[in-house]
Design a protein around this ligand. Structure first.
Ligand SMILES: [Zn+2]
Ligand SMILES: [Zn+2]
Length: 563
């Protein structure tokens, strides 16, 4: 019941229209509260001259589930010498933190530690397979401090494609989507290469938006339309989360725009859009489509995106897009890869990769990501991601923030790139520099709004006291690397980039309304195909709570009728 005051900070709280105002904040019982005149302050923190924002929210980061774990197994070298040898630990670290390491494939513990040290208080796994949901929640539950949640993968599973191909009852399909979200305790639905992961199993090597799946006769456009309609009718706040067709293919801008339009004006979120913004101009037949894509997003208010910025250096690509990962396997650095599948539920492909400044293609990918950030007008529809670890590890966010805020720094980096890519770029002409207010939108307020998290991502009374306090420094990379204070539910968890507490994070999910009669269809499907009974995969409230080490259940309200 004690009252904590954070004194004298300058607030950037876009959800409440607060742009750089000096204000004290008060916290009680893990929540922000209004000032209570005359109340005695139990604990005081001095934030004079510092920048105060809500805790960061990463809406697309691969932090749990089969492919995250397989990536860790595939890359033991990422865990050697990445700083958790007991000998090099300070006493504080030794007693507070358990050993955990890794950069592009951090362990569950290191994931929570590194996010919290940077001022992030929530991250969301975008690719949970329904049959593997328990495992995904167990891994996220093992990730300390930060809140978490996941989007369940649909649209390449046999039952969905069968129901869609039958074309008789949209209601059954919608109830199946609702049931899957309910059973897997999901916060959203993600579709990866709609229909394409399944088509790959029938030996198709690509599937364009209006191309037919050879077995089911359906098209990606139909998958996208059915899923976005189902989520709208189920009143799920987060729009359909889409990894579009033709990832990484030169000339994919056309299919990316066709993907936006497949939603027919319903809300749709295109993830890691950088990988879907490629043209075919120039001598290398690979060019930036950022302007075309940004114009398309600017013209379609139903579309939101996250970028999937690439960062130079070693990483690993871990994707549900088996079709594309099979194609990418020969590019693996180091040379090893995995593709896999569980019960025809979706797919999975892991290929280690090193992005190089002197590679024309990689340099242009880096340029395209930044162009997209700078060319989309409405920051509320743009979330900052590297598609961790696919474009680069999430620990590079402070570097990315500096690239967006500091044109001089950006120009220095451009000068290091492959010369042909520099010439092919419009980036030097883009003078925009993000303000702290813009950064607060793309890293917390915007993602919270897109996910329907009403009490996160802002600093108003009633919000969770998830707060990051940064020293105002000219070098924005340094500033965002080591916040002076990070609070999680009102508890100080990090000070000057060093952890001081490791509480358990909560889990965000939705419980949409649907007709439970759909379980008859599920039982019939499992009996006929001799697969595990999907009804047995359903996770109860008690179970999710124990999966998440007693972390708080944070159900997200569905939208009310008429919104
Ligand atoms: Zn993806
Ligand atoms: Zn991803």
């Amino acid at each position: 019941m004690s009252l904590t005051r954070l004194k004298g900070g300058t607030l950037y709280d876009p959800a409440n229209g607060v742009n750089g105002e000096r204000r004290d904040l008060y916290m009680r019982d893990g929540r922000l509260v209004d000032a209570e005149p005359g109340a005695s302050i139990d604990q005081d923190f001095d934030a004079t001259g510092m920048i105060v924002m809500a805790g960061g929210i990463d809406l697309h980061s691969h932090i749990g589930g089969g492919k995250t774990n397989l990536s860790r197994l595939l890359l033991p070298e990422d865990h050697r010498g990445s700083g958790a040898g007991p000998g090099e630990e300070s006493a504080n670290r030794r007693y507070l933190q358990l050993p955990s390491c890794g950069v592009c494939t951090p362990g569950t513990l290191a994931t929570g530690y590194r996010y919290a040290e940077m001022g992030y208080t929530a991250a969301f796994e975008p690719a949970m397979m329904p049959s593997n949901a328990r495992h995904t929640h167990l891994e996220m539950g093992d990730t300390p401090i930060i809140d978490h949640g996941a989007y369940v993968m649909l649209g390449n599973d046999e039952l969905f494609l069968q129901l869609l191909a039958e074309r008789d009852s949209f209601e059954r399909l919608r109830d199946y989507v609702g049931w899957t979200m309910h059973a897997s305790k999901a916060l959203g639905v993600k579709v990866v290469n709609p229909g394409g992961i399944s088509a790959f199993k029938f030996n198709q090597r690509s599937l364009n938006v209006d191309e037919q799946h050879v077995h089911y006769g359906i098209t990606p456009r139909e998958v996208l339309h059915a899923l976005s309609r189902a989520l709208t009718e189920l009143r799920v706040p987060h729009p359909l989360h889409v990894h579009a067709s033709n990832l990484g293919v030169p000339g994919n801008i056309d299919s990316t725009i066709a993907t936006m339009d497949a939603a027919d004006g319903l809300p749709i979120h295109l993830t890691h859009i950088q990988f879907h913004s490629y043209g075919v101009e120039g001598p290398r037949k690979f060019s930036s489509g950022a302007r075309t894509i940004a114009d398309a997003v600017n013209a379609r208010p139903n579309v939101s995106i996250d970028v999937g910025q690439i960062i130079f250096g070693q990483t690993v690509t871990a994707s549900g897009d088996t079709m594309m990962q099979f194609k990418n396997a020969p590019l693996g650095t180091p040379k090893k890869w995995i593709v896999g599948d569980i019960e025809c539920d979706a797919g999975c492909g892991i290929v280690p990769f090193r992005y190089r400044e002197q590679s024309y293609v990689n340099a242009l990918q880096w340029i395209i990501g930044l162009e997209i950030f700078l060319l989309i007008d409405d920051p509320w529809r743009v979330s900052m991601t590297t598609d961790h670890p696919n474009g680069g590890p999430f620990t590079s966010y402070p570097h990315l923030i500096r690239l967006l805020m500091d044109k001089g720094f950006r120009d220095e980096q451009i000068a290091k790139l492959n010369p042909e890519a520099q010439v092919a770029s419009a980036l030097p002409e883009l003078k925009r520099e993000f303000s702290l207010y813009d950064i607060a939108i793309i890293t917390r307020a915007g993602p919270a709004r897109l996910l329907g998290l009403k009490d996160r991502g802002h600093l108003g009374a009633g919000a969770a006291a998830d707060i990051a306090v940064y020293r105002d420094e000219a070098d924005k990379e340094r500033m965002f690397t080591s916040p002076a204070y990070v609070f999680k539910n009102g508890q100080l968890v990090a000070r000057d980039g060093t952890l001081v507490a490791t509480p358990t994070g909560g889990i965000h999910y939705v419980s949409p309304d649907f007709d439970h009669g759909i379980e008859k269809t599920l039982r019939a499907y499992s009996a006929k195909n001799l697969v595990g009974n999907p009804v047995h995969t359903a996770i109860s409230d008690d179970e999710i709570c124990s999966c998440c080490r007693g972390g708080r259940l944070l159900p997200v309200a569905c939208l009310s009728a008429g919104t």
